[in-house]
Design a protein around this ligand. Structure first.
Ligand code: C5P
Length: 221
């Protein structure tokens, strides 16, 4: 089975307030991107990697993969305006004989082999996709533009969903080709009637959004 990973790192990360993209924010001594790259490179489940870099940052991204000795990185392409477009750009580099595609956010640096194994397992049982998720712990409110709570949403059955997300390559390719936008790949597969399951996520797969998240992740490393 050949497993290709698409590592999407093309987000601007405006909330970090830096003058470079989030993927190049410092996590300890290294750019953030180094951590998930190293982990995917070392994963026994991943055969090849496509890196989707911030537009204009392909060269530093390639240099980084060389410095890290990431021999599994087959291509580095510029991302698009939206996350879905960035995944499409990455998918264009995945060969037709790939069996499984894992899509992972570079902004979630602490990806582990354990979670990769958990999302891959359901694919051999016929699922169209598997995503890591954690049950929502807080009480959920819908809030209007003026700050008034309009609804308390029952949290039963609600999950916060993370990456890496795994799909049979043909399923993800068709879902991306159908167009549309979504904040994760599973939504594109679901929209076409695909059956996607949730496996246990990992609190350490926190997505870097603010400087506080970077500090937290640096401490967990
Ligand atoms: O901004 P968001 O939370 O959607 O980002 C999730 C992941 O998608 C990040 O790793 C980010 O770099 C990536 N992304 C991308 N291209 C975009 C937007 C986000 O590769 N246009």
């Amino acid at each position: 089975m050949s497993v290709w990973a698409i590592l999407v790192a093309a987000g601007r990360g405006e909330r970090l307030g830096l003058d470079q993209p989030k993927a190049f924010a410092k996590l300890g001594e290294d750019p953030l991107l180094a951590e998930p790259l190293r982990r995917l490179e070392e994963s026994s489940w991943v055969d090849a990697i496509v890196l989707v870099a911030p537009p204009g940052w392909e060269e530093p991204a390639i240099l980084l993969t060389e410095e890290l000795g990431c021999g599994k990185v087959n291509a580095c392409v510029p991302g698009g305006e939206t996350r879905a477009d960035s995944v499409r750009a990455g998918m264009a580099e995945v060969p037709a004989d790939a069996v499984v595609v894992l899509v992972h956010d570079a902004a979630r640096p602490l990806v582990t082999d354990a979670v990769i194994e958990r999302v891959l397992a359901p694919l051999s049982e016929g699922w169209d996709g598997a995503v890591p998720g954690l049950p929502v712990a807080d009480t959920l409110k819908r809030v209007g533009p003026d700050g008034t709570i309009t609804e308390t949403v029952p949290r039963e059955g609600l999950y916060g969903v993370q990456t890496p997300q795994a799909f049979p390559a043909d399923v993800l390719r068709a879902a991306l080709a159908a167009g549309g936008d979504a904040t994760d790949c599973a939504a594109l597969v679901e929209a076409r009637g695909g059956r996607v399951t949730v496996v246990p996520g990992d609190p350490q797969l926190l997505k870097v959004t603010t400087a506080d998240d970077l500090a937290k992740i640096a401490a967990w490393r």
